[in-house]
Design a protein around this ligand. Structure first.
Ligand SMILES: [Fe+2]
Length: 276
């Protein structure tokens, strides 16, 4: 099994009001916005970018992973095609025509691409778009796809008392996870996360958001899996955004960890939201 090396590059998020979403991300996440022909917006900031398109709130149109090189992208495309998985054209305005799209067992659309642009060209507080999380009713099929077709590795699993799998954190490089999957009552877009770097930046982001009267929705706290410091805010559609710091960096030979499904696993400092 070939191992995937990739990072989260951008999300395409559906929304009934692309303009209010774009203006929120412009002020809260320090992004510049560009209107698109379909009524949506591209939003770009320091190591973070998003696309908002007209559609149903709280649904993801796609998420985009970036490969380290054009050759890596080509090799991955051949490997996915050989596995019999359908390959579709990319809808992303950020990637060129070498990018392509595949669909996971829950119907989430994944764009895979390569883009050599300087991601640090924008000024602003550090917060690199880093991971995306889903709720699922079919975690076994999702894991089989992400591990066996795309080549991600499991860093940590969370189990209920009856030993059933409740959540899973998958990596495609040295960061603890770029995708998290939670067992939930329905397939859903759970949240997305920006990695700020160090703890002082959690303070700086919270202070900055306060000047825009954006309250913290959950946290600050510390996650068990990933050991990262975090807080969550809500955008106007009530999508969850996470600001994280000091996410665990792992070696490829790290054994998969096992956690108990309880509040303390999701937040060792206090309250947590269990998805199931
Ligand atoms: Fe997260």
């Amino acid at each position: 099994m070939s191992k995937l090396t990739a990072r989260l590059d951008h999300l395409g998020v559906n929304t009934p009001s692309p303009d209010s979403q774009a203006s929120f991300y412009a002020s809260a996440m320090q992004m510049r916005t560009t209107p698109l022909d379909d009524g949506g917006f591209m939003c770009e900031g320091r190591e973070r970018r998003m696309v908002f398109t007209p559609g149903q709130a709280n649904t993801l149109r796609y998420f985009a992973l970036q490969l380290p090189s054009a050759q890596d992208l080509k090799t991955l495309r051949q490997r996915i095609a050989a596995a019999g998985v359908a390959i579709q054209p990319s809808p992303s305005p950020f990637f060129d025509e070498s990018a392509f799209l595949v669909v996971d067992p829950d119907g989430n659309r994944i764009v895979l691409g390569y883009d050599p642009q300087d991601r640090l060209r924008d000024a602003g507080l550090p917060a690199r778009l880093q991971h995306v999380a889903f709720g699922t009713t079919g975690i076994d099929a999702m894991l089989a796809f992400y591990q066996n077709v795309l080549g991600l590795r499991v860093s940590d699993n969370v189990y209920a008392d009856d030993n059933s799998l409740r959540s899973c954190f998958l990596r495609a490089g040295t960061e603890h996870h770029i995708i998290a999957i939670f067992v939930a009552p329905k397939n859903s877009f759970d949240h997305h996360c920006y990695e700020a770097g160090d703890w002082d930046l959690i303070r700086d982001w919270a202070d900055y958001l306060s000047t825009h009267d954006i309250p913290l929705d959950w946290g600050p706290g510390r996650h068990g899996p990933g050991n990262n410091l975090f807080f969550m805010i809500r955008d106007p559609d009530r999508n969850w955004l996470e600001i994280s710091a000091e996410l665990e960096v792992v070696n490829e030979d790290r054994p998969t960890g096992s956690w108990v499904h309880q509040e303390k696993t999701l937040n060792s400092w206090g309250k947590a939201y269990l998805r199931s």
